[in-house]
Design a protein around this ligand. Sequence first.
Ligand code: ASP
Length: 325
Amino acid sequence: MKNLFKLFVFFSISLLFVYSCTQKEQSSQPGYVIVIHGGAGNASNKDINEEQQMIYKEKLGEALAIGEKILSEGGTSIEAIEKTINYLENCPLFNAGKGAVFTHEGTNEMDASIMDGSNLNAGAVAGVGDIKNPISAAIKVMNESEHVMLAGKGASDFAKQQGIEIVDSSYFRTQERWESLQRILKAEKHGTVGCVALDKNGNLAAGTSTGGRTNKKYGRIGDSPIIGAGNYANNNTCAVSATGHGEFFIRYTVAHDISALMEYKNLSLEDAANIVVNKKLVEAGGDGGIIAVDKNGNIAMPFNTNMMFRAYSKSTGEKEILIFK
Ligand code: ASP
């Protein structure tokens, strides 16, 4: 009888243990998160009228849907970022790929970078003028070369060798961007694109692609291809993609600073991102914003300008597409 009781207790405890383990697995059931941006700036909602806002939102929504589909089917964060950014690069509304802004000399020079938070691998291209989708070239640099950043003609030669599509430089020329150079806009036009994602395997990644700043000179490179400045991902903390006045983002190592505040000070993503964007950058005079997702799927999208094109979607069903505050 005593032994039977012991057996009963043993089985009950075992059952409870198995149940609690499966519950744990269920509650930490991996989900996915994707966040995108299409640049930050000081345009007001008079500068971008309602009809234009609708078009921007439609394009952001379409880009988001591409990444969502990949992540929901179990694709990696890198795959989702590449295809989502490719869509934005091919859309002339944004300052990346087709639609890239013009340099002082009237050319288009693009920068892009990618970082894999699972192993801290990274790749970037800078100052490229003939690669149709710079983010795809950055991924090739990460996966197929022993380097992190390739620039100019060398980057194009490498991309071509890797089977990346090369186009005539006239492909990037859009009338609106040309006029924007001619006017040398008082309010600088932004429109860099970026994407951060957490996939079902819990891997974070970040990607950023840009034409840089209108009227840039002397081969100027911004923060977007610089790991730690305009782009950063680390599975232990978060994935960040930035947009704004690149010189400040480089000097304040913005993307890595957010990750470091989480790692060393144990701050939440929201607090870390706010300190960097709304305090440090504001005090320094650096315009812009960031999008970020942490390892638990929390997101942050702070910006210190009037607007930032941004959108996110989570496997929980939460989704928003926003422009102004
Ligand atoms: N950060 C980019 C650069 O400085 C531009 C932007 O995001 O608008 O090149």
